[in-house]
Design a protein around this ligand. Structure first.
Ligand SMILES: [Zn+2]
Length: 151
């Protein structure tokens, strides 16, 4: 468990009513609310502000994304990485194929961001039917933009 740096007084209200707590942290993801356990952090009893270390926020986000993926039946980080390797394409190429922004696939693979339902379904289709990549105009890697190949 990563501990937050201990505070002696609250940066927000200036009081010294700081104590460490590890109560579940509420986090919303995919339209649901999850309670993440085991996050030890400083809390000010005077103003109720809680102070997290940067690594803890990442851990909370990844935990909530993993729970949402399980609930919604979405691909896991490992599956997204696996399908991308199976298709033999880079993160940037998958982003281009799905029409999502730069860095998005990296965030999915690290598990800090939940992929949308449409992107999830399209990735599953491409994984099951890799022959669709050239059919979808995947030669975009040559910088010409997507086009539909004639049969
Ligand atoms: Zn305070």
């Amino acid at each position: 468990m990563t501990e937050a740096a201990r505070l002696t007084e609250c940066p927000l209200c200036g009081r010294d009513d700081i104590r460490q707590v590890d109560t579940p942290v509420e986090e919303s993801e995919g339209g649901r609310t999850y309670f993440i356990e085991g996050i030890l952090r400083d809390r000010c009893d005077a103003c109720e502000e809680e102070y997290f270390a940067a690594g803890q926020l990442d851990r909370i986000a990844r935990a909530a994304v993993a729970l949402a993926r399980a609930d919604l039946g979405r691909l896991t980080s490992e599956e997204i990485l696996e399908l991308r390797h199976d298709l033999g394409i880079t993160q940037a190429e998958l982003e281009s194929q799905l029409g999502v922004g730069t860095g998005t696939v990296g965030r999915w693979e690290r598990g800090t961001v939940l992929q949308g339902g449409t992107a999830d379904r399209l990735m599953r289709i491409l994984w099951a039917h890799p022959e669709l990549l050239p059919e979808l105009g995947y030669v975009a890697r040559e910088g010409r933009g997507p086009y539909r190949k004639r049969k």
